[in-house]
Design a protein. Structure first.
Length: 451
């Protein structure tokens, strides 16, 4: 059996792990690279094998860094099955359509305003190519063993993180391989705690927050303080949010604060084309999260949900104080960039960063104190206040990741730490070895192992 780390090694984006066993090829996740240009350029490169030779894709969840390359895979010849949970299928469809729409819009804008370095800017994929992925989805239920091919079986187990997210246990060649996907938090606002693996010969564990602990702070109190201070100064609060789950967590907390009379009565806006559709995903999958149907309806009622870009432009020009949640969460694209063009240069603006910011993203640069950021070919001076609320991340921290291994009833032969930058992955390696004595390895992108 061969396992190749095509993406998501040494970085938190572009997750793709290829398994070759007895003539069968399985790809676990098929994500988009984000952040550093050297990584983004990989999205345009072909895979090391022909997509037409891949038999199955197993999708851990619907975030762009795990599913966003599927349109390219299908366009280049993949005709197999894409296994995932029901909510993941629903989320992935929304995310892929949104991604394609943004890429088409940005290519159009680059061509119109002549800031592309290419003669003609092209989208990585189109809406039509995103839609071409949908027939290949095959929904499976969690905690049920599904025979994929020959003697290969898969079990999807809930991982928290976002709605529908799962870890995947693969049994093949008399060995058990566990792919964690992204592990959620044990005490998440909306999601249930992740299911811990009981047995594994080899584990492929994410390490996003491998060197960090989430601070034990009152997240609601932080949100309350930042919003009240900004609104008193007649400013605007912008929260770059991943459109699925983190946005809903923030909405939930803001709804609680508003209900308790702790934040003012100003417009609260969710600006993402898929905003209303995500509510449907939550309502149709109540068993996957902690909210009641009434909570979902009441929470969404508080927000003005914006789908059309013309509405976005009107909101941007409206000078009244407001609170805006807009994708993308790492400020790599999407509607949040249009708000930044207008508001990032104003001292009375507050930007609240709530999720992980990959290396090379605008969100990461803002956290590192950048004085200017580049948007659509132009530079904008950063005068806005930049705050981070770490307690709102959808990823488990170092302690959550180490604890996720605590129910194992056997000693795994090796734990491969993926989906993390090199320093966090290496610190997590040391922590796991110190606590359990397990062998750990941090694979390089493009490397291959034989089992």
């Amino acid at each position: 059996m061969k396992i190749k780390f095509i993406g998501g090694s040494g970085t938190v984006t572009g997750s793709k792990t290829l398994i070759e066993s007895n003539g069968i090829r399985i790809l676990v996740d098929c994500g988009l690279f984000q952040g550093l240009k050297v990584l983004r350029e990989l999205n345009w490169e072909p895979l090391p094998i022909l997509p037409s030779t891949i038999d199955y894709v197993l999708l851990t969840h619907g975030h762009l860094d795990h599913c966003g390359w599927l349109p390219r895979l299908v366009a280049q010849g993949f005709r197999g099955k894409i296994y995932c949970t029901g909510p993941t299928k629903a989320v992935a469809k929304l995310v892929l359509l949104d991604s394609a729409k943004i890429q088409e819009e940005e290519a159009h804008k680059a061509n119109n305003e002549h800031y592309s370095k290419h003669e003609k800017a092209e989208p990585l994929y189109t809406v039509a190519q995103a839609e071409a992925v949908f027939p290949f989805f095959k929904v499976i239920q969690p905690n049920i063993s599904v025979v994929i091919a020959n003697d290969i079986a898969a079990v999807f187990s809930t991982a928290g993180h976002i709605i529908g997210a799962c870890s995947i246990t693969l049994t093949l060649e008399n060995k058990t391989l566990v792919f964690s996907g992204d592990i959620g938090r044990d005490d998440d606002v909306l999601m249930f705690a992740p299911t811990k693996p009981l047995k594994a010969d080899y584990i492929f564990l994410e390490s996003t927050y491998g060197n960090r602990l989430h601070p034990d702070l009152d997240v609601k109190k932080e949100l309350e303080a930042y919003i009240n201070t900004t609104i008193e100064q007649k400013g605007t609060v912008i929260i770059p949010g991943f459109a699925v789950e983190r946005a809903q967590s923030i909405m939930y907390l803001l709804w609680q604060l508003k209900t308790q009379g702790r934040i003012p009565n100003v417009p609260y806006i969710l600006d993402t084309p898929m905003g209303a559709s995500v509510l449907d995903v939550f309502l149709e999958n109540m068993q996957w999260h902690k909210l009641s149907a009434n909570d979902c309806h009441e929470m969404f009622k508080m927000f003005r949900i914006v789908s059309e870009f013309e509405q976005t432009l009107r909101i941007i020009e409206d000078p009244q104080p407001k609170v805006i949640i807009a994708a993308s969460g790492m400020v790599t694209g999407g509607r949040v960039l249009s708000y930044f063009e207008k508001y990032i240069g104003l001292e009375k603006t507050t930007v609240i960063i709530v999720g992980y910011q990959a290396e090379g993203t605008r969100g990461r640069k803002l956290l590192e104190g950048a004085n200017e950021i580049k948007i659509y070919g132009k530079y904008y001076t950063v005068e806005a206040k930049i705050h981070q609320i770490e307690g709102l991340s959808a990823h488990g921290d170092q302690q959550d990741l180490v604890n996720w291994l605590s129910a194992l009833q056997n000693v795994p032969k090796c734990i491969y730490l993926v989906h993390g930058e090199n320093l966090p992955a290496d610190e997590l390696r040391t922590k796991i070895q110190d606590r359990y004595g397990y062998k750990c390895s941090v694979p390089l992108m493009g490397s291959e192992i034989e089992i």
